[in-house]
Design a protein around this ligand. Structure first.
Ligand code: 89V
Length: 341
């Protein structure tokens, strides 16, 4: 099968992991990089032997779009919609980082732009691809705990995330867009669609613009009650960053995803243990291991979708449902009311 040629749009923090993750998957050729500060792209071009570098995305697309199969957009969220529209206007398939966009309207426009241009738009949403989350799903689906009726997913941390991703401190809407888009997607992945939700938010850190705590209680269409809690203001005995912890209770038992990817499955017969360890690639940052490792599995799935050899899970249509939850949560918090989806 021939390699698919692609360009990376944006060479900030995440490109350092997204690019080696592509090479881990294989079957792709990275032809060009764009970054508004060219020197940053030059560094990565040297490191990964990428032949072309641009600081105007139009120049990259004018020159290379005929030979490209897709672009991978890894820029700040406010540029996702315009860059997607631009790449789509050149007839290119697009992979775009989560969160899809700032606001529901922009996400809808992205969907429409890609449909109109007849290109595929896939969202790089990787939390559902984490090894411990896949293991959790496997245990639930095996029937080991019976029919689930209640779940709690937590991403609560005091990690200084703003050091590597400074623009996060300037977002008016922070934790629900940055972490909620991941966590609510995992809830959908594990338990299906949401019927209604209620959310409370607050900001604890005075040096950032947006909320850094959000608690979302969802009634899933299946009837399951699902609580997703997220915080970047949590000073806990054991720092879990960037792990998602979970408790799922079923009619015949429970499963707990605890620190360091350990799972504990309890029934009336007792407790058995399982593991969901991520693959530790040489290029990943150990502080982000479980997230960086999941990029490989996410990319592999998206590439299968682009090639038509498999079903991409996080298409724009699918991810739009997650984004709807994010903005329903803001609406609920603003009105202090339950929102029905
Ligand atoms: O994936 C993300 O959105 C990052 C995290 C630090 C959680 O990996 O913000």
């Amino acid at each position: 099968m021939k390699n698919l040629k692609f360009a990376v749009i944006g060479t900030g923090f995440w490109a350092n992991y997204q690019i080696p993750a592509w090479f881990e998957v294989g079957g792709v050729e990275l032809l060009a990089l764009y970054n508004r500060t060219r020197s940053k792209a030059d560094v990565l071009a040297q490191q990964f032997k990428v032949p072309y570098v641009y600081d105007r995305v139009e120049d990259l697309l004018d020159r290379h779009s005929p030979e490209l199969d897709f672009v991978d957009i890894i820029t700040d969220v406010d540029t996702h919609a315009p860059l997607t529209a631009l790449a789509a206007s050149y007839g290119l398939d697009v992979i775009c980082q989560k969160p899809m966009s700032t606001g529901l309207e922009a996400a809808r426009n992205m969907l429409e732009d890609s449909r109109r241009a007849n290109v595929r738009l896939l969202i790089h949403e990787n939390f559902r691809w984490q090894a411990p989350i896949r293991k959790l799903q496997e245990i639930i689906n095996s029937g080991a705990i019976g029919k689930p009726f209640k779940a709690r997913l937590s991403f609560c941390s005091g990690f200084p995330v703003f050091a590597n991703q400074p623009f996060l401190a300037d977002l008016e809407q922070f934790i629900l867009t940055d972490i909620g888009s991941h966590l609510l997607d995992v809830c959908r992945f594990l338990f299906g669609e949401v019927a209604s939700l209620y959310c409370q938010t607050r900001r604890v850190n005075p040096r950032i613009k947006g909320e850094d705590v959000a608690n979302v209680l969802m009634q899933m269409r299946s009837g399951l009650s699902c609580y997703a809690e997220m915080s970047y203001a949590s000073i806990l005995e054991k720092e879990a960053f960037p792990q998602t912890l979970a408790v799922v209770e079923g009619e015949t038992g429970s499963v707990v995803l605890t620190h360091d990817f350990q799972l504990r499955i309890s029934t009336r017969q007792g407790t058995v243990l399982a593991e969901g360890n991520p693959t530790l690639y040489s290029w990943l940052d150990p502080a982000y291991a479980v997230v960086h490792s999941s990029i490989v599995d996410c990319n592999r799935n998206l590439l299968a979708g682009l090639r038509g050899t498999g079903r991409a899970e996080t298409t724009a249509e699918d991810n739009f449902e997650t984004i709807r939850l994010v903005y329903a949560a803001y609406e609920s918090a603003a009105r202090n009311e339950v929102v029905y989806l």
